[in-house]
Design a protein around this ligand. Structure first.
Ligand SMILES: NC(=O)c1ccc[n+]([C@@H]2O[C@H](COP(=O)([O-])OP(=O)(O)OC[C@H]3O[C@@H](n4cnc5c(N)ncnc54)[C@H](O)[C@@H]3O)[C@@H](O)[C@H]2O)c1
Ligand SMILES: [Zn+2]
Length: 379
């Protein structure tokens, strides 16, 4: 058994480690130091995660250190990131009762991480949260960086806080029990990291696509490690998204519009990011910034990994209205991340005509064999 590896997120007094390993949750506290004085934890999870066998080793490791574990299950899906559930979590904290020195543990995908993280950010004006992400998307993205929050009927992630965790514990062995489509979805974000910062990650995915898709743990550990290394570096340089952190939004401008206009259940987040990444790559080519071979490489890799590269047909005016309402849009217009070369992202505010031309081209092209509908079994 190889030892877990760690990446430090360098944020002065809020610095924390991300630990990445395979099959190590039963030894959680060998590699993660709990803050001084933790006597109780509220462990927030989901039934599917617990039933897949990932709760037991975590609970056992905490109890072996004399920490009292109080479990709280939240329902599945985006609907769990609601004000109603947040209130239930606050009340669960009150019942424990969770003191300022105690801890919330988030064991699950991005839904659990965002909701439990926000509960931790607000309970008692803020208690620590230990993130133990169990989906690929959450390991490489959601659990790292400190963004937490809930949805409103008016939109996703509209209420939230920056609340950095005390540590992030990624066990790629947990990914073995994920439905195939959810594991593949996370690769959309991994390709993004490869494009914006780590061409070697693209090489790795291209050279070993089949093994990655089959869930090879050693490869997944490398992929998660390299992805969080990129995110950690970017977050440390720009904690609150003033500058460099914007590059993490490659593929997200159009991707968010796809998710929003299809109601968040038809196209998964990572799938929408893949679709948006193709738009961004082609936009960069059209603007004379992205080398065409880089755009082709990115698109071919996404396809190879079984991710959708063409979005559903959408009303163009609605797309623009949605992109304009995005939190990241500003008075100048809609921002896109484009690639000036490998590992050279840039933010641009393109003319609508250029984006529309790219979308027209994509709509005119025959959809490749693996579309959204047949990307694998649903969840
Ligand atoms: N905070 C951030 O920076 C950030 C970044 C990206 C995404 N997000 C958020 O993350 C959420 C999506 O997260 P997600 O893709 O992880 O989805 P998810 O949390 O809904 O998990 C997907 C499904 O997989 C199940 N599951 C999780 N781990 C499992 C395992 N190991 N074995 C079997 N089943 C398992 C869950 O119960 C759920 O049904 C969205 O709400 C999104 O807004 C947040
Ligand atoms: Zn994303």
């Amino acid at each position: 058994m190889t030892e877990p590896v760690r990446v430090q997120v360098d944020l002065a007094e809020r610095a924390y480690p991300i630990v990445v390993g395979t099959g190590w949750l039963d030894r959680l506290l060998d590699h993660v130091t709990l803050p001084e004085g933790v006597a109780r934890v509220l462990l927030v999870t989901q039934q599917a995660v617990a039933e897949s066998g990932h709760l037991e080793p975590v609970t056992a490791a905490l109890e072996a250190a004399d920490v009292e574990v109080h479990r709280y299950d939240v329902p599945d899906g985006e609907a769990a990131k609601s004000a109603g559930l947040l209130r239930e979590l606050w009340e669960a904290c009150a019942e424990v009762p969770l003191s300022r020195r105690d801890l919330v543990v988030a064991l699950g995908g991005g839904v659990v991480g965002d909701l439990a993280g926000f509960a931790a950010a607000t309970w008692n004006r803020g208690v620590g949260v230990l993130q133990i992400p169990t989906t690929l998307l959450a390991q490489v993205d959601a659990a790292v960086g400190g963004k937490t929050g809930i949805n409103l009927p008016q939109g996703k992630n509209l209420v939230g806080a920056f609340h950095q965790p005390v540590a992030v514990a990624c066990d790629v062995a947990t990914l073995a029990t994920l439905p195939h489509r959810i594991r593949v979805e996370g690769l959309g974000e991994v390709v993004k990291y490869g494009l914006i910062a780590d061409p070697g990650l693209l090489d790795l995915l291209e050279g070993h696509a089949d093994e990655v898709l089959a869930g090879d743990a050693a490869l997944l550990q490398q992929i998660v490690y390299r992805s969080v290394a990129v995110k950690a570096r970017v977050v440390a340089g720009d904690e609150r998204e003033g500058g460099e952190r914007a590059y993490l939004n490659l593929g997200h401008t159009y991707g968010h519009a796809v998710e929003s206009l299809t109601g968040y259940d038809e196209v998964l987040h990572g799938e929408a990011v893949a679709i948006g990444t193709v738009v961004a790559l082609r936009l960069g080519v059209r603007l004379g910034r992205t080398p065409p071979e880089l755009a082709d490489r990115g698109e071919a890799l996404l396809e190879r990994l079984g991710l959708p590269t063409r979005g559903p047909a959408l009303d163009r005016d609605e797309v623009w209205a949605t992109m304009g309402r995005d939190k990241k849009a500003d008075a100048d217009g809609v921002r896109f991340v484009v690639m000036d070369g490998p590992a050279q992202p840039a933010v641009v505010v393109p003319e609508r005509a250029d984006v529309d031309a790219v979308l027209d081209d994509l709509a005119a092209l025959a959809a490749p064999a693996r579309g959204v509908e047949d990307a694998g079994p649903g969840h």
